[in-house]
Design a protein around this ligand. Structure first.
Ligand SMILES: [Zn+2]
Length: 82
């Protein structure tokens, strides 16, 4: 996974992660070319830990059941498939 700085979610591609002021972290699915958006705003159940080395960890796992069925953890920017 790669942390990027973009103006719009439409500039993101599969495997990109970006922190937006308005929405918080947005994480594009790394498991399919559709790159549907996984959103992790405050009201959703994900915690995003921002490490001192600039990487992030997301808890709990992300599971896109309704689309490509990708199920993974992000630990220090690395994907751990479930
Ligand atoms: Zn997907």
């Amino acid at each position: 996974m790669t942390i990027v700085t973009v103006e719009s979610v439409f500039d993101m591609k599969s495997g990109d992660m970006c922190k937006f002021d308005e929405y918080g972290w947005m994480i594009m699915c790394p498991g399919c070319p559709d790159a549907h958006v996984h959103l992790t705003p405050k009201e959703r159940p994900w915690d995003v830990i921002e490490h001192e080395d600039g990487t992030i960890t997301v808890n709990p796992s992300i599971w896109h059941k309704d689309d490509c069925n990708a199920h993974f953890f992000i630990k220090k920017n690395k994907i751990q498939w479930c």
